[in-house]
Write a protein that binds this ligand. Structure first.
Ligand code: CA
Length: 232
């Protein structure tokens, strides 16, 4: 199978250099010089691998990646201008598979791409259900991409706050979150609110997801400490 690659970069010299190296690997090479063109080409050629520069005219690399994830699960290696940026970008959970800071050697990039291609992917490109991030806990299923929650087959309608609260806790089962920490995570660092606000929203959330809210199975109270999502 031929591996189709798409280089998205506005520096033409770098594009030319990368093209030579990718072709030497036996890859099919497509190119785009800005973000919008990248999406157009990606839709057309359905690439297996994107080499995506962060800094692009118009739509930047992050914007491209967000759009791309709606229709493609291509491997993406993101190029950034500075090493320090990588930590920040990784924290944003952009959906990129790997990151490389400029300047880099083409050999390094090829090694990263080969390593990516060896890594198994969950689901096939056409299987959107598998690609989405879903957390399961017995009857409870949380689709983090669609922001949907189901208990069994039944959809549960949560407010944005309730969803964020549940997602924060459920993403790290067993970890205790203090009320202050939940306020910061869910309401934002600048939010000036009382701890009781957290309790009130937890109570509402429990009414929606727990069979018996007074004896919760999913979101547990840890006396004197805060809340945690039950560990499987
Ligand atoms: Ca650039």
């Amino acid at each position: 199978m031929t591996v189709r690659t798409l280089i998205v970069e506005d520096e033409k010299n770098l594009v030319a250099l990368l093209r030579v190296h990718l072709q030497r690997e036996g890859f099919e090479v497509h190119e785009a010089l800005d973000g919008l063109e990248a999406l157009e080409v990606a839709r057309r050629v359905n690439p297996d691998v994107l080499v995506l520069d962060w800094m692009l005219p118009g739509l930047d690399g992050l914007g491209v990646l967000r759009e791309l994830r709606g229709f493609s699960d291509a491997y993406v290696i993101m190029l950034t201008a500075r090493t320090e940026e990588i930590d920040r970008i990784v924290g944003l959970s952009t959906g990129a598979d790997d990151y490389l800071a400029k300047p880099f050697s083409p050999g390094e990039l090829m090694a990263r791409i080969r390593a990516m291609l060896r890594r198994p992917r969950a689901g096939s490109p056409n299987d959107t259900e598998d690609r989405e991030q879903v957390l399961w806990f017995e009857d409870l299923a949380m689709n983090l991409d669609r922001r949907e929650v189901k208990i069994g087959e039944e959809e549960v309608y949560l407010t944005a706050l309730e969803f964020d609260l549940l997602a924060t806790l459920a993403s790290r089962p067993g970890v205790v979150f203090g009320r202050r920490r939940l306020l910061e995570r869910v309401w934002g660092e600048d939010y000036f609110g009382s701890d009781h606000l957290v309790d009130a929203h937890i109570a509402k959330l429990r009414k929606k997801i727990e069979a018996d809210p007074s004896n919760p199975c999913y979101v547990q109270t840890v006396r004197g400490a805060g809340y945690r999502f039950r560990k499987q």
